[in-house]
Design a protein around this ligand. Sequence first.
Ligand SMILES: CCCCCCCCCCCCCCCC(=O)SCCNC(=O)CCNC(=O)[C@H](O)C(C)(C)COP(=O)(O)OP(=O)(O)OC[C@H]1O[C@@H](n2cnc3c(N)ncnc32)[C@H](O)[C@@H]1OP(=O)(O)O
Length: 201
Amino acid sequence: MSAATGSDSGVGAALTPPPDVASPVRHPDAPAPGTLLGAHYDQCFGCGEGQLHGLHLEARAGEGVTVTAEFTVRPAHQGAPGLAHGGVLALALDETLGSLNWLLRVIAVTGRLETDFVRPVPVGATLHLEARCTGVAGRKIYGSAVGRIGGSDGPVAVRADSVFIEVKLEHFTKNGRPQEIKAALADPDQVKVARAFEVNP
Ligand SMILES: CCCCCCCCCCCCCCCC(=O)SCCNC(=O)CCNC(=O)[C@H](O)C(C)(C)COP(=O)(O)OP(=O)(O)OC[C@H]1O[C@@H](n2cnc3c(N)ncnc32)[C@H](O)[C@@H]1OP(=O)(O)O
């Protein structure tokens, strides 16, 4: 893996899956549709409950390899006065798309994320997100997501296409800080993470 060396592998790679891409396969032990997925890490800025100003995004398993998620824009998430920061909205999309990997039982990190900002999202609004895996090609996991204001049939505010790259546990142990890794592994709420590591030794 060339992650720590700053390789430009994948730079400019396509966000749409190649025509011969394999259909994503929902893992037999994936949580049932409707199940709240919970945080993958308490300190994650996207989903962790331990992050005061984080998004506290809540994702649920959908049918196949799809997820739905919600997050409510709070004052700490502003860019322009009264409006969500675009980076925060990209984070919500990233986090939702990343949740798909739990249904595949794969550990993966974002390689590319292309976001369309369609309309502003005010503070107090709840963003309803839907993401689906559109294909898997080797270690590359393609996804697409949309976020709507106020409800699952509300107006589209943001869209994204992504490529996540499957990694091994050493991606985190080599590149992360030992104290956080130790804390994450010691957290009893991280059982899901431990299970993920078992299928991705
Ligand atoms: C123990 C503690 C607990 C931890 C608990 C963990 C729980 C699990 C949670 C995970 C966290 C989620 C959080 C939300 C999701 C983030 O936000 S993740 C954070 C943001 N992303 C990153 O930091 C990733 C940084 N980049 C990297 O580390 C490396 O560039 C990567 C992505 C691992 C790739 O490096 P590499 O493994 O050396 O890749 P390489 O072998 O060169 O390429 C493999 C394939 O991928 C393609 N590729 C590589 N890079 C890219 C790219 N950027 N774009 C497109 N394609 C690419 C290549 O073209 C190649 O394709 P093929 O030739 O096979 O067709």
